[in-house]
Design a binder for this molecule. Sequence first.
Ligand code: KIV
Ligand code: ZN
Length: 514
Amino acid sequence: MDKNRIIIFDTTLRDGEQSPGASMNLEEKVKIAQVLEEMGVDVIEAGFPIASNGDFEAVKAVASHIRNATICGLARATRGDIERCAEAIRPAARGRIHTFISTSPLHMKYKLQMEPERVLEKVTESVTLARTFTDDVEWSAEDGSRTEPDFLCRCVEAAIKAGAGTVNIPDTVGYALPDEFAALIRLLFDRVPNIDRAIISVHCHNDLGLAVANSLAAVGAGARQVECTVNGLGERAGNAAMEEVVMALRTRHDRMPFTTGIRTEAITRASRLVSAVTGFPVQPNKAIVGKNAFAHESGIHQDGVLKHAQTYEIMTPESVGLNRSNLVMGKHSGRAAFRAKLRELGYQLDEAAVETAFARFKDLADRKKDVFDEDIVALVDDQVVRDNVRIRLVSLEVLCGTRHNPPKADLELEVDGEVKSCNAVGDGPVDAIFNAIKSLVPHETRLQLYQVQAVTQGTDAQAEVTVRLEEGGKTVQGQGADTDTMVASARAYVNALNKLLVKRQKTAPAALMA
Ligand code: KIV
Ligand code: ZN
Protein backbone atom coordinates (compact mmCIF):
# COMPACT_ATOMS: atom_id res chain seq x y z
CA MET A 1 0.00 0.00 0.00
CA ASP A 2 1.06 3.59 -0.74
CA LYS A 3 3.05 4.78 2.29
CA ASN A 4 1.17 8.08 2.33
CA ARG A 5 -2.31 6.55 2.19
CA ILE A 6 -4.29 7.20 5.39
CA ILE A 7 -6.76 4.51 6.42
CA ILE A 8 -10.06 6.03 7.54
CA PHE A 9 -11.59 4.04 10.37
CA ASP A 10 -15.08 5.28 11.13
CA THR A 11 -16.49 4.65 14.59
CA THR A 12 -19.77 6.58 14.27
CA LEU A 13 -21.70 3.37 14.91
CA ARG A 14 -19.67 2.50 18.01
CA ASP A 15 -18.03 5.45 19.79
CA GLY A 16 -20.52 7.80 18.09
CA GLU A 17 -23.44 5.78 19.34
CA GLN A 18 -22.00 5.99 22.86
CA SER A 19 -22.96 9.71 22.92
CA PRO A 20 -25.78 9.98 25.43
CA GLY A 21 -29.06 10.01 23.49
CA ALA A 22 -27.56 9.04 20.12
CA SER A 23 -28.79 5.45 20.01
CA MET A 24 -29.64 4.06 16.59
CA ASN A 25 -31.66 1.02 15.66
CA LEU A 26 -30.45 -1.83 13.47
CA GLU A 27 -31.96 -0.51 10.23
CA GLU A 28 -30.49 2.93 10.82
CA LYS A 29 -27.06 1.45 11.51
CA VAL A 30 -27.15 -0.56 8.29
CA LYS A 31 -28.25 2.52 6.35
CA ILE A 32 -25.41 4.61 7.79
CA ALA A 33 -22.93 1.80 7.13
CA GLN A 34 -24.06 1.70 3.49
CA VAL A 35 -23.47 5.43 3.14
CA LEU A 36 -20.05 5.11 4.80
CA GLU A 37 -19.15 2.32 2.42
CA GLU A 38 -20.32 4.35 -0.59
CA MET A 39 -18.14 7.23 0.53
CA GLY A 40 -15.07 5.00 0.68
CA VAL A 41 -14.50 4.47 4.40
CA ASP A 42 -11.87 1.73 4.83
CA VAL A 43 -12.95 0.31 8.20
CA ILE A 44 -16.38 0.61 9.82
CA GLU A 45 -16.49 -0.06 13.54
CA ALA A 46 -20.07 -1.27 13.77
CA GLY A 47 -20.48 -1.74 17.52
CA PHE A 48 -19.48 -3.46 20.72
CA PRO A 49 -21.10 -6.92 20.38
CA ILE A 50 -20.89 -7.93 24.03
CA ALA A 51 -22.63 -4.71 25.17
CA SER A 52 -26.15 -5.93 24.32
CA ASN A 53 -28.05 -8.24 22.00
CA GLY A 54 -29.02 -5.19 19.98
CA ASP A 55 -25.36 -4.27 19.47
CA PHE A 56 -24.50 -7.86 18.56
CA GLU A 57 -27.32 -8.07 15.98
CA ALA A 58 -26.40 -4.68 14.53
CA VAL A 59 -22.75 -5.65 14.02
CA LYS A 60 -23.88 -8.89 12.44
CA ALA A 61 -26.33 -7.10 10.13
CA VAL A 62 -23.73 -4.55 9.06
CA ALA A 63 -21.24 -7.39 8.49
CA SER A 64 -23.79 -9.15 6.26
CA HIS A 65 -24.68 -6.08 4.18
CA ILE A 66 -21.30 -4.46 3.58
CA ARG A 67 -18.92 -6.01 1.08
CA ASN A 68 -16.13 -3.50 0.45
CA ALA A 69 -15.24 -1.96 3.80
CA THR A 70 -13.71 -3.96 6.65
CA ILE A 71 -16.24 -4.48 9.45
CA CYS A 72 -14.87 -4.21 12.92
CA GLY A 73 -16.29 -5.04 16.34
CA LEU A 74 -14.95 -3.90 19.70
CA ALA A 75 -14.00 -6.30 22.49
CA ARG A 76 -12.40 -5.93 25.90
CA ALA A 77 -9.46 -8.21 26.70
CA THR A 78 -11.65 -11.10 27.83
CA ARG A 79 -12.55 -14.42 26.23
CA GLY A 80 -16.31 -13.67 26.38
CA ASP A 81 -15.95 -10.34 24.61
CA ILE A 82 -13.62 -11.65 21.93
CA GLU A 83 -15.71 -14.74 21.16
CA ARG A 84 -18.91 -12.69 20.94
CA CYS A 85 -17.19 -10.20 18.66
CA ALA A 86 -15.85 -12.98 16.45
CA GLU A 87 -19.37 -14.37 16.14
CA ALA A 88 -20.82 -10.98 15.19
CA ILE A 89 -18.27 -10.23 12.45
CA ARG A 90 -18.39 -13.75 11.02
CA PRO A 91 -20.61 -12.80 8.00
CA ALA A 92 -18.22 -10.02 6.95
CA ALA A 93 -16.28 -10.21 3.71
CA ARG A 94 -13.43 -8.69 5.74
CA GLY A 95 -13.83 -8.73 9.51
CA ARG A 96 -11.66 -7.19 12.22
CA ILE A 97 -11.58 -7.73 15.98
CA HIS A 98 -10.58 -4.62 17.88
CA THR A 99 -9.51 -5.52 21.38
CA PHE A 100 -8.39 -3.04 24.01
CA ILE A 101 -7.17 -2.69 27.57
CA SER A 102 -6.22 0.34 29.65
CA THR A 103 -2.51 0.97 30.04
CA SER A 104 -2.26 4.24 32.02
CA PRO A 105 -1.29 4.11 35.72
CA LEU A 106 -4.59 5.73 36.67
CA HIS A 107 -6.75 3.26 34.73
CA MET A 108 -4.74 0.19 35.72
CA LYS A 109 -4.85 1.08 39.42
CA TYR A 110 -8.43 2.32 39.81
CA LYS A 111 -10.41 0.92 36.90
CA LEU A 112 -8.80 -2.44 36.22
CA GLN A 113 -7.20 -2.92 39.65
CA MET A 114 -4.47 -4.85 37.93
CA GLU A 115 -0.70 -4.74 38.14
CA PRO A 116 1.06 -3.55 34.97
CA GLU A 117 2.68 -6.97 34.44
CA ARG A 118 -0.77 -8.60 34.42
CA VAL A 119 -2.01 -6.02 31.92
CA LEU A 120 0.97 -6.82 29.72
CA GLU A 121 0.12 -10.53 29.87
CA LYS A 122 -3.48 -9.74 28.95
CA VAL A 123 -2.31 -7.82 25.87
CA THR A 124 -0.61 -10.95 24.58
CA GLU A 125 -3.45 -13.28 25.62
CA SER A 126 -6.20 -11.15 24.07
CA VAL A 127 -4.47 -10.54 20.76
CA THR A 128 -3.44 -14.21 20.51
CA LEU A 129 -7.02 -15.32 21.13
CA ALA A 130 -8.44 -12.80 18.65
CA ARG A 131 -6.00 -14.02 16.00
CA THR A 132 -7.51 -17.50 16.22
CA PHE A 133 -10.69 -16.01 14.67
CA THR A 134 -9.32 -13.55 12.12
CA ASP A 135 -6.01 -12.39 10.66
CA ASP A 136 -7.13 -8.79 11.07
CA VAL A 137 -6.70 -7.81 14.72
CA GLU A 138 -6.40 -4.30 16.10
CA TRP A 139 -5.14 -3.66 19.59
CA SER A 140 -5.75 -0.41 21.51
CA ALA A 141 -4.01 1.00 24.57
CA GLU A 142 -6.92 2.73 26.27
CA ASP A 143 -5.80 6.04 27.81
CA GLY A 144 -2.66 5.64 25.71
CA SER A 145 -1.76 9.32 25.81
CA ARG A 146 -1.51 9.21 29.64
CA THR A 147 0.45 5.95 29.67
CA GLU A 148 4.10 5.87 30.77
CA PRO A 149 6.08 5.76 27.52
CA ASP A 150 8.28 2.80 28.52
CA PHE A 151 5.26 0.70 29.45
CA LEU A 152 3.41 1.77 26.30
CA CYS A 153 6.38 0.64 24.20
CA ARG A 154 6.40 -2.77 25.92
CA CYS A 155 2.63 -3.20 25.39
CA VAL A 156 2.80 -2.16 21.73
CA GLU A 157 5.70 -4.55 21.12
CA ALA A 158 3.80 -7.40 22.82
CA ALA A 159 0.62 -6.72 20.83
CA ILE A 160 2.50 -6.75 17.52
CA LYS A 161 4.42 -9.88 18.52
CA ALA A 162 1.10 -11.61 19.30
CA GLY A 163 -0.22 -10.72 15.85
CA ALA A 164 -1.92 -7.30 15.94
CA GLY A 165 -1.70 -5.78 12.47
CA THR A 166 -2.98 -2.43 13.71
CA VAL A 167 -1.99 -0.76 16.96
CA ASN A 168 -4.15 2.11 18.09
CA ILE A 169 -3.07 4.84 20.48
CA PRO A 170 -6.15 6.61 21.84
CA ASP A 171 -6.20 9.98 23.50
CA THR A 172 -9.17 8.61 25.42
CA VAL A 173 -9.86 11.67 27.54
CA GLY A 174 -8.89 14.33 24.98
CA TYR A 175 -6.00 15.54 27.15
CA ALA A 176 -3.09 15.59 24.71
CA LEU A 177 -1.67 18.60 22.89
CA PRO A 178 -0.68 18.21 19.24
CA ASP A 179 3.12 18.47 19.62
CA GLU A 180 3.08 16.17 22.66
CA PHE A 181 0.90 13.58 20.91
CA ALA A 182 3.07 13.66 17.78
CA ALA A 183 6.14 13.16 20.00
CA LEU A 184 4.52 10.08 21.57
CA ILE A 185 3.89 8.55 18.14
CA ARG A 186 7.46 9.34 17.07
CA LEU A 187 8.76 7.75 20.26
CA LEU A 188 6.96 4.52 19.39
CA PHE A 189 8.55 4.51 15.93
CA ASP A 190 11.97 5.10 17.52
CA ARG A 191 11.74 2.59 20.34
CA VAL A 192 9.47 -0.34 19.43
CA PRO A 193 11.64 -2.84 17.55
CA ASN A 194 8.85 -4.57 15.56
CA ILE A 195 6.83 -1.40 14.81
CA ASP A 196 7.30 -1.85 11.04
CA ARG A 197 5.02 -4.92 11.23
CA ALA A 198 1.94 -2.88 12.20
CA ILE A 199 -0.05 0.15 11.11
CA ILE A 200 -0.10 2.80 13.83
CA SER A 201 -3.54 4.26 14.39
CA VAL A 202 -4.81 7.14 16.51
CA HIS A 203 -8.17 7.73 18.17
CA CYS A 204 -8.56 11.23 19.58
CA HIS A 205 -11.33 12.64 21.71
CA ASN A 206 -12.31 16.28 21.60
CA ASP A 207 -12.52 17.35 25.25
CA LEU A 208 -10.20 20.31 24.60
CA GLY A 209 -11.33 20.80 21.00
CA LEU A 210 -8.05 19.28 19.77
CA ALA A 211 -9.14 15.91 18.39
CA VAL A 212 -8.58 16.79 14.74
CA ALA A 213 -5.35 18.72 15.44
CA ASN A 214 -3.99 15.79 17.44
CA SER A 215 -4.96 13.29 14.73
CA LEU A 216 -3.23 15.35 12.03
CA ALA A 217 -0.14 15.83 14.19
CA ALA A 218 -0.01 12.05 14.67
CA VAL A 219 -0.28 11.50 10.91
CA GLY A 220 2.67 13.86 10.47
CA ALA A 221 4.57 11.68 12.95
CA GLY A 222 3.85 8.43 11.10
CA ALA A 223 0.34 7.25 12.06
CA ARG A 224 -1.44 5.80 9.04
CA GLN A 225 -4.90 5.10 10.40
CA VAL A 226 -7.20 7.77 11.85
CA GLU A 227 -10.24 6.81 13.89
CA CYS A 228 -13.01 9.34 13.56
CA THR A 229 -16.77 9.86 13.37
CA VAL A 230 -19.22 11.71 11.14
CA ASN A 231 -20.03 15.14 12.63
CA GLY A 232 -17.51 14.41 15.41
CA LEU A 233 -20.10 12.38 17.30
CA GLY A 234 -18.75 10.36 20.25
CA GLU A 235 -18.32 10.01 24.00
CA ARG A 236 -18.54 13.36 25.87
CA ALA A 237 -17.22 16.09 23.51
CA GLY A 238 -16.95 13.54 20.72
CA ASN A 239 -14.24 12.11 18.49
CA ALA A 240 -12.21 13.65 15.69
CA ALA A 241 -14.68 14.65 12.98
CA MET A 242 -14.10 12.57 9.87
CA GLU A 243 -15.09 15.38 7.51
CA GLU A 244 -12.57 17.74 9.11
CA VAL A 245 -9.69 15.25 9.03
CA VAL A 246 -10.39 14.30 5.42
CA MET A 247 -10.89 17.85 4.15
CA ALA A 248 -7.81 19.11 6.01
CA LEU A 249 -5.73 16.44 4.28
CA ARG A 250 -7.30 17.24 0.92
CA THR A 251 -7.10 21.03 1.24
CA ARG A 252 -3.60 21.20 2.75
CA HIS A 253 -2.02 18.55 0.56
CA ASP A 254 0.81 21.05 0.07
CA ARG A 255 1.90 20.61 3.70
CA MET A 256 0.50 17.15 4.38
CA PRO A 257 1.05 15.01 1.27
CA PHE A 258 -1.32 12.24 2.36
CA THR A 259 -4.36 10.76 0.66
CA THR A 260 -7.49 8.96 1.79
CA GLY A 261 -9.97 6.82 -0.11
CA ILE A 262 -12.87 9.10 0.81
CA ARG A 263 -15.15 10.43 -1.90
CA THR A 264 -15.49 13.80 -0.21
CA GLU A 265 -18.55 14.70 -2.29
CA ALA A 266 -20.52 12.29 -0.09
CA ILE A 267 -19.65 14.15 3.13
CA THR A 268 -22.73 16.39 3.31
CA ARG A 269 -25.06 13.49 2.68
CA ALA A 270 -23.45 11.37 5.41
CA SER A 271 -23.53 14.27 7.85
CA ARG A 272 -27.22 14.90 7.25
CA LEU A 273 -28.13 11.26 7.54
CA VAL A 274 -26.28 10.88 10.85
CA SER A 275 -27.87 14.05 12.15
CA ALA A 276 -31.37 12.94 11.06
CA VAL A 277 -30.99 9.48 12.57
CA THR A 278 -29.50 10.57 15.89
CA GLY A 279 -31.46 13.81 16.25
CA PHE A 280 -28.18 15.61 16.98
CA PRO A 281 -28.33 18.85 14.98
CA VAL A 282 -25.12 20.09 13.40
CA GLN A 283 -24.13 23.48 14.80
CA PRO A 284 -24.46 26.12 12.03
CA ASN A 285 -20.81 27.18 12.24
CA LYS A 286 -19.43 23.62 12.36
CA ALA A 287 -16.43 23.24 10.02
CA ILE A 288 -17.20 21.58 6.66
CA VAL A 289 -20.81 20.49 7.36
CA GLY A 290 -22.38 23.41 9.27
CA LYS A 291 -25.04 25.21 7.29
CA ASN A 292 -22.94 28.40 7.39
CA ALA A 293 -19.67 26.70 6.43
CA PHE A 294 -19.97 27.95 2.84
CA ALA A 295 -22.33 30.89 3.40
CA HIS A 296 -21.06 34.40 2.89
CA GLU A 297 -23.09 37.02 4.64
CA SER A 298 -21.03 40.19 4.66
CA GLY A 299 -21.14 42.40 1.55
CA ILE A 300 -17.34 42.49 1.33
CA HIS A 301 -17.11 38.70 1.36
CA GLN A 302 -19.98 38.28 -1.11
CA ASP A 303 -18.37 40.74 -3.47
CA GLY A 304 -15.03 38.94 -3.20
CA VAL A 305 -16.55 35.49 -3.76
CA LEU A 306 -18.49 36.68 -6.79
CA LYS A 307 -15.32 38.11 -8.32
CA HIS A 308 -13.23 35.06 -7.49
CA ALA A 309 -14.45 32.26 -5.21
CA GLN A 310 -11.02 31.55 -3.73
CA THR A 311 -10.88 34.99 -2.12
CA TYR A 312 -12.86 33.61 0.80
CA GLU A 313 -13.28 29.92 0.00
CA ILE A 314 -10.45 27.47 0.70
CA MET A 315 -12.57 24.53 -0.50
CA THR A 316 -15.38 24.42 -3.01
CA PRO A 317 -18.88 23.59 -1.74
CA GLU A 318 -19.04 20.96 -4.49
CA SER A 319 -16.04 19.15 -3.00
CA VAL A 320 -18.12 18.28 0.09
CA GLY A 321 -21.28 17.52 -1.85
CA LEU A 322 -23.03 20.87 -1.73
CA ASN A 323 -23.99 22.22 -5.08
CA ARG A 324 -24.12 25.77 -6.21
CA SER A 325 -26.72 24.87 -8.78
CA ASN A 326 -29.67 27.21 -8.79
CA LEU A 327 -31.90 24.37 -9.84
CA VAL A 328 -34.61 24.91 -7.28
CA MET A 329 -37.29 22.27 -7.44
CA GLY A 330 -40.93 23.24 -7.36
CA LYS A 331 -44.39 21.97 -8.17
CA HIS A 332 -43.70 22.03 -11.91
CA SER A 333 -40.70 19.74 -11.63
CA GLY A 334 -41.33 16.31 -13.08
CA ARG A 335 -40.13 12.83 -12.27
CA ALA A 336 -37.00 13.08 -14.45
CA ALA A 337 -35.82 16.26 -12.73
CA PHE A 338 -36.62 14.74 -9.36
CA ARG A 339 -34.65 11.60 -10.20
CA ALA A 340 -31.71 13.72 -11.38
CA LYS A 341 -31.87 15.73 -8.16
CA LEU A 342 -31.84 12.55 -6.06
CA ARG A 343 -28.76 11.37 -7.96
CA GLU A 344 -27.11 14.76 -7.51
CA LEU A 345 -27.76 14.54 -3.77
CA GLY A 346 -26.12 11.11 -3.68
CA TYR A 347 -29.21 8.92 -3.23
CA GLN A 348 -29.52 5.54 -4.90
CA LEU A 349 -33.12 4.57 -4.31
CA ASP A 350 -35.01 1.71 -5.89
CA GLU A 351 -38.00 2.47 -8.11
CA ALA A 352 -40.60 2.04 -5.37
CA ALA A 353 -38.70 4.34 -3.02
CA VAL A 354 -38.33 6.96 -5.79
CA GLU A 355 -42.09 6.82 -6.41
CA THR A 356 -42.91 7.28 -2.71
CA ALA A 357 -40.39 10.11 -2.40
CA PHE A 358 -41.76 11.75 -5.57
CA ALA A 359 -45.33 11.65 -4.25
CA ARG A 360 -44.20 13.23 -0.98
CA PHE A 361 -42.16 15.81 -2.88
CA LYS A 362 -45.21 16.77 -4.98
CA ASP A 363 -47.25 17.08 -1.84
CA LEU A 364 -44.58 19.33 -0.33
CA ALA A 365 -44.26 21.41 -3.51
CA ASP A 366 -48.01 22.10 -3.39
CA ARG A 367 -47.56 23.66 0.02
CA LYS A 368 -44.16 25.28 -0.40
CA LYS A 369 -43.10 27.51 -3.29
CA ASP A 370 -39.45 26.53 -3.55
CA VAL A 371 -38.25 23.13 -2.50
CA PHE A 372 -34.54 23.33 -1.66
CA ASP A 373 -32.03 20.49 -1.59
CA GLU A 374 -32.22 20.46 2.21
CA ASP A 375 -35.99 19.90 1.98
CA ILE A 376 -35.51 16.91 -0.30
CA VAL A 377 -32.79 15.47 1.92
CA ALA A 378 -35.06 15.85 4.98
CA LEU A 379 -37.92 14.25 3.09
CA VAL A 380 -35.94 11.26 1.80
CA ASP A 381 -34.11 10.64 5.09
CA ASP A 382 -37.44 10.80 6.87
CA GLN A 383 -38.72 8.19 4.41
CA VAL A 384 -35.76 5.89 5.11
CA VAL A 385 -36.52 5.79 8.81
CA ARG A 386 -40.20 5.36 8.05
CA ASP A 387 -39.79 1.92 6.49
CA ASN A 388 -41.22 -0.88 8.61
CA VAL A 389 -43.92 1.32 10.10
CA ARG A 390 -46.87 -0.11 11.97
CA ILE A 391 -48.42 3.19 12.98
CA ARG A 392 -49.17 5.86 10.36
CA LEU A 393 -50.52 9.34 10.66
CA VAL A 394 -53.73 9.59 8.62
CA SER A 395 -55.02 13.05 9.52
CA LEU A 396 -54.65 15.72 12.13
CA GLU A 397 -56.54 18.86 12.98
CA VAL A 398 -55.58 21.11 15.85
CA LEU A 399 -57.58 23.91 17.41
CA CYS A 400 -55.61 26.42 19.40
CA GLY A 401 -55.18 30.14 19.89
CA THR A 402 -56.58 32.68 22.33
CA ARG A 403 -60.18 31.47 21.92
CA HIS A 404 -59.51 27.75 22.24
CA ASN A 405 -58.77 26.86 25.78
CA PRO A 406 -57.61 24.17 26.22
CA PRO A 407 -56.08 23.35 22.81
CA LYS A 408 -57.64 20.33 21.13
CA ALA A 409 -56.34 17.77 18.62
CA ASP A 410 -58.50 15.57 16.33
CA LEU A 411 -56.34 12.69 15.22
CA GLU A 412 -56.64 9.67 12.94
CA LEU A 413 -53.96 6.99 13.02
CA GLU A 414 -53.64 3.73 11.14
CA VAL A 415 -52.48 1.13 13.64
CA ASP A 416 -51.52 -2.23 12.16
CA GLY A 417 -53.81 -1.55 9.19
CA GLU A 418 -56.80 -0.36 11.19
CA VAL A 419 -57.79 3.33 11.18
CA LYS A 420 -58.58 4.68 14.64
CA SER A 421 -59.57 8.19 15.63
CA CYS A 422 -59.93 10.26 18.78
CA ASN A 423 -59.69 13.75 20.11
CA ALA A 424 -57.76 14.98 23.10
CA VAL A 425 -56.93 18.20 24.89
CA GLY A 426 -53.62 19.32 26.35
CA ASP A 427 -51.67 22.15 27.93
CA GLY A 428 -50.64 23.28 24.46
CA PRO A 429 -51.29 22.08 20.90
CA VAL A 430 -48.30 19.73 20.93
CA ASP A 431 -49.37 18.31 24.29
CA ALA A 432 -52.88 17.76 22.88
CA ILE A 433 -51.45 15.86 19.86
CA PHE A 434 -49.24 13.68 22.04
CA ASN A 435 -52.17 12.96 24.38
CA ALA A 436 -54.26 11.92 21.38
CA ILE A 437 -51.52 9.57 20.19
CA LYS A 438 -51.25 8.11 23.69
CA SER A 439 -54.96 7.45 23.83
CA LEU A 440 -54.91 5.60 20.47
CA VAL A 441 -51.67 3.74 21.21
CA PRO A 442 -51.42 3.42 25.00
CA HIS A 443 -47.81 3.17 26.17
CA GLU A 444 -45.65 3.99 29.17
CA THR A 445 -42.82 6.15 27.93
CA ARG A 446 -41.21 9.33 29.16
CA LEU A 447 -40.77 12.23 26.76
CA GLN A 448 -37.10 13.22 27.13
CA LEU A 449 -36.75 15.69 24.30
CA TYR A 450 -38.94 17.71 22.00
CA GLN A 451 -37.03 19.87 19.55
CA VAL A 452 -38.04 21.91 16.50
CA GLN A 453 -35.65 23.08 13.80
CA ALA A 454 -36.34 24.89 10.56
CA VAL A 455 -34.85 22.95 7.65
CA THR A 456 -34.71 26.01 5.40
CA GLN A 457 -35.50 29.68 5.79
CA GLY A 458 -38.76 31.64 5.53
CA THR A 459 -42.18 31.29 7.08
CA ASP A 460 -43.00 28.43 4.68
CA ALA A 461 -39.88 26.50 5.74
CA GLN A 462 -40.20 22.83 6.60
CA ALA A 463 -40.00 22.19 10.31
CA GLU A 464 -37.99 19.19 11.41
CA VAL A 465 -39.11 17.92 14.77
CA THR A 466 -37.18 15.49 16.96
CA VAL A 467 -38.86 13.55 19.74
CA ARG A 468 -36.93 11.35 22.17
CA LEU A 469 -38.85 8.77 24.21
CA GLU A 470 -37.49 6.70 27.06
CA GLU A 471 -38.81 3.34 28.16
CA GLY A 472 -37.13 1.10 30.74
CA GLY A 473 -33.77 2.83 30.34
CA LYS A 474 -33.82 2.57 26.52
CA THR A 475 -34.29 5.62 24.33
CA VAL A 476 -35.61 6.01 20.81
CA GLN A 477 -35.63 9.09 18.69
CA GLY A 478 -38.15 9.99 16.04
CA GLN A 479 -38.00 12.67 13.39
CA GLY A 480 -40.75 14.23 11.34
CA ALA A 481 -40.61 16.95 8.72
CA ASP A 482 -43.48 19.05 7.40
CA THR A 483 -44.27 22.66 6.61
CA ASP A 484 -46.77 22.47 9.46
CA THR A 485 -44.94 22.21 12.79
CA MET A 486 -47.89 20.40 14.43
CA VAL A 487 -47.97 17.76 11.68
CA ALA A 488 -44.17 17.40 11.93
CA SER A 489 -44.57 16.93 15.70
CA ALA A 490 -47.14 14.19 15.24
CA ARG A 491 -44.98 12.49 12.61
CA ALA A 492 -41.93 12.64 14.89
CA TYR A 493 -43.81 11.11 17.81
CA VAL A 494 -45.31 8.37 15.63
CA ASN A 495 -41.87 7.73 14.13
CA ALA A 496 -40.41 7.30 17.64
CA LEU A 497 -43.21 4.89 18.56
CA ASN A 498 -42.56 2.86 15.43
CA LYS A 499 -38.91 2.62 16.40
CA LEU A 500 -39.93 1.48 19.84
CA LEU A 501 -41.94 -1.29 18.20
CA VAL A 502 -38.98 -2.28 16.06
CA LYS A 503 -36.86 -2.43 19.24
CA ARG A 504 -39.41 -4.73 20.76
CA GLN A 505 -39.79 -6.82 17.63
CA LYS A 506 -39.95 -9.98 19.66
CA THR A 507 -42.80 -8.67 21.82
CA ALA A 508 -46.35 -9.40 20.75
CA PRO A 509 -47.96 -6.38 19.03
CA ALA A 510 -50.70 -6.43 21.62
CA ALA A 511 -48.19 -5.52 24.34
CA LEU A 512 -47.89 -1.94 23.16
CA MET A 513 -51.54 -1.50 22.53
CA ALA A 514 -52.68 -3.06 25.80
O1 KIV B 1 -11.50 6.32 23.56
C1 KIV B 1 -11.04 5.18 23.62
O2 KIV B 1 -10.00 4.91 24.23
C2 KIV B 1 -11.77 4.13 22.93
C3 KIV B 1 -11.08 2.80 22.80
C4 KIV B 1 -12.00 1.68 23.11
C5 KIV B 1 -10.46 2.69 21.45
O3 KIV B 1 -12.85 4.36 22.43
ZN1 ZN C 1 -13.14 6.55 22.17
